[in-house]
Write a protein that binds this ligand. Sequence first.
Ligand code: SF4
Ligand code: SF4
Length: 394
Amino acid sequence: MKSINRRKFLSLSALAGASAVVPQMIGSKSATASPIDDAEKTIVTRQLGKTGMEIPILSMGVMRADNPAVVRAAYNSGLTHFDTAHGYQRGKNEEMLGVFFKDKDRSTFTIATKGKANLRSDNFEQEYEELLNTSLRRLQMDYVDIFYAHAIENTGIVNDPRLVKMLTKFKAEGKIKHIGFSTHANKPAQIDEAIAAGIYEVCLVSYNFKLNILPELDAAIQRGVDAGMGFVAMKSMVGGVADAKAKSKVNGAACLRWVWQNPNITTAIPGFTSFDLLDNCLEAAHSPKLGESDAKYLAALKERELLYCQNCGNCVKQCSKHLPVPDIMRAYMYNYGYNYPSLSKDTLVELAVASNACSGCTKCTVTHCSSGFNVADKIAAITPIVDVPSHFLA
Ligand code: SF4
Ligand code: SF4
């Protein structure tokens, strides 16, 4: 474990021509409040499995960010790893990163992107290759450091021979440096399958203080680490809000400090979109030890209903229509927690969820949800979004 400070990082940035960036240029935020004032503060770095990548414990989930000035502030604050996906902002997220990093020294940052593998398609191989090539074009890069097979939620997929073959091919061609997969559900089993598949170097996994399968997940992560895999945490802020009605923001710094207690988690990728959120995350990264007040805060939060779905799958068996309730709950969180309606709609459209998904069901048979949700109410509140024309949605 090492640490990096902004001064050291700016010297790298200077090589990339980023030294011309001065605090006053960073959006409208005052120079005194800018995260880049913390010149002497350091951020601990950790090794990412056996990839050879050593990255700060805080990375940027670029997902919802549409302001390149926030990316610039993160970069100039010492963050080196940036996470996007083929589908984020329908490609604009990758395009923004491409423009931002175009003139930066490639050794000063690493990029991860993700692509969903549609194994149901007869043309899967051709489509997956085109997806990656499109991402590289948007990013204006010859390669990405990590390519994740995106959002794998069921067992039997990470080790699908067609997926394994394509990911191996991408790596052999030099288009991706390291192979990964991302998952929200069935995590322990999927990690074991990935270990057995033998090609996966990184797992992007939802990991937070709310998880009710922590012992099993931690054990699986340990098995992955023992096998040489690196782990990156997502959904660390449980949807970003501290109550079920999304009236108040979660204390992100406390959530991150909790995640970093596990030395097997190399980095977390909170999706900050503003300078304030970046500041909050940097505050945690500069002082990463979980304090007593953090622990107390999280213990109280753990008892509350939030927007985060455990992805336990119990509801699917209870639902008379076998709706993909966990995914619908994630779409609900994207809209009401992240304020990201386009991703919410895209998630539902991809799953072919109808706007009136529960119609004809007189009484909801989902009576026990591990997160305490009234799933029928939430489904009714989110599925109509599929009928909203995309150009109205941010
Ligand atoms: S109301 Fe909706 S969630 Fe509940 S059982 Fe019917 S279809 Fe499933
Ligand atoms: S039972 Fe509740 S927590 Fe579990 S997957 Fe379904 S909605 Fe999520």
